[in-house]
Write a protein that binds this ligand. Structure first.
Ligand code: NAD
Ligand code: MG
Length: 380
């Protein structure tokens, strides 16, 4: 029986994770949960799963939940880090959204835990720092929850990197794949939130519409699998049935297929290399008939090109790009900027990123995150 800490329990990945845990009562027990401010949903989860170790990031929400439960509730980033470090916990599922996920991931690594990672922003912001922490704590390891990275992880299945020619990350293309570039200046919030395949949190849904999500995933793949950027390609695949592929040197192209259902990669991340039964929709190939694949359009989706550029430049550039994107997505959702301003302002922030000549430190990553937030506010 493994004890699980679920950070981001009230979100979309949180929901899917709880479903997987419910289906696997012989393997996992939920030990602790964390969320931002939805304390009523956290209360329901705590009661259903009999969890007493809880963190609400927002102090008001923590107070409300604490009085509803009649016992203390942890608060803020320290609370998230405390839950991720608890000695009883075997697996930390990091389903937080945004760069707030970075420090709890590091805490879990420092305690030698298994981290099932959905929070791609952790690796974008501080990939080299995470890598170094993993080297220093060899009992800690990350399994990816992001469906594309889960697919690559499964296709690699322990093959060595020199056998890999390239990783091919699939992208649904989002709601604007077939729109004319001319129409992009009129994109409304509801258009961008209308993802054709996946039902996800708001931030990743907007990132999918701009294809910044795919850009973040390219950087995530670089750090997870230690593959250079010129060997990571993006291929648009609107059906989201092929979740990604690995082209091997010998000509074999391995793919992982499945319904677009996040419970599958979550279960893989928790159980690998075992594959117990999970109640999910299965694919019947004849009903699909066709699977389509296209080159990505970097012209229509400049965020994808910017992310490649940030990854290749390295240093604090990915952290600054990531933080600027977080602020801009929020501003777009509040209708303070246009959709096309997201890429424009990110490019501006990236152009102001300082060069660093040594390996990225945690302090530099955190500072760059803050600096980008200030910079981008002045642009908005
Ligand atoms: P979401 O917005 O639905 O949920 C985010 C969760 O994080 C919520 O529980 C929220 O309360 C919590 N949270 C946010 N800020 C917090 C803070 N400061 N302190 C504590 N908790 C905080 O987002 P999501 O769609 O579940 O995505 C979560 C992560 O998983 C993101 O990094 C996303 O890119 C990644 N991801 C999501 C999907 C998906 O299908 N939803 C797929 C692949 C990867
Ligand atoms: Mg993904």
């Amino acid at each position: 029986m493994k004890l699980v800490c679920l950070l981001g329990a009230t979100g979309s990945i949180g929901d899917s994770s709880l479903d997987v845990l419910m289906q696997q009562p012989d393997y996992f027990r939920l030990h602790s949960i964390a969320a931002h401010s939805n304390w009523k949903k956290a209360l329901l989860i705590a009661q259903k799963f009999k969890v007493t170790r809880i963190c609400m990031f927002d102090p008001e929400a923590a107070k409300a939940l604490s009085s509803a439960l009649g016992h203390p509730v942890l608060v803020g980033i320290e609370g998230l880090q405390e839950l991720a470090s608890e000695p009883e916990v075997d697996i930390v599922i990091n389903a937080l959204v945004g760069s707030v996920g970075c420090l709890p991931t590091l805490s879990a690594i420092q305690k030698g835990k298994h981290i099932a990672l959905a929070n791609k922003e952790t690796l974008v912001m501080a990939g080299p720092v995470i890598q170094e922490a993993l080297e220093q704590n060899p009992s800690a390891f990350i399994t990816p929850i992001d469906s594309e990275h889960s697919a690559i992880f499964q296709c690699l299945a322990g093959s060595s990197n020199h056998e890999v020619e390239e990783l091919q990350i699939t992208a649904s293309g989002g709601p604007f794949r077939t729109w004319d570039l001319e129409a992009f200046k009129n994109i409304r919030v509801q258009d961008a939130l209308n993802h054709p395949v996946w039902n996800m949190g708001q931030k990743i849904t907007i990132d999918s519409a701009s294809m910044m999500n795919k850009g973040l995933e390219v950087i995530e793949a670089h750090f997870l699998f230690q593959i250079p950027y010129n060997q990571i390609q993006v291929v648009v695949h609107p059906q989201s049935i092929v979740h990604s592929l690995v082209q091997f040197q010998d000509g074999s192209l391995m793919a992982q297929l499945g319904s677009p259902d996040m419970r599958i990669p979550i279960q893989v991340a928790l159980h690998w290399p075992e594959r117990p039964k999970l109640d999910t929709p299965k694919i019947h190939l004849p009903t699909l008939k066709t699977l389509d694949f296209y080159e990505p359009d970097f012209n229509k989706f400049p965020c994808l090109a910017l992310a490649y550029e940030a990854g290749k430049q390295g240093g604090v550039v990915p952290a600054m790009m990531n933080a600027a994107n977080e602020v801009l997505v929020e501003a777009f959702l509040k209708e303070k900027i246009k959709f096309i301003d997201i890429a424009k302002h990110i490019e501006c922030v990236m152009s102001k990123a300082p060069q660093i000549n040594s390996k990225l430190t945690l302090e530099q990553a955190l500072e760059a995150d803050q600096e980008a937030r200030t910079l981008v506010q002045s642009l908005i």
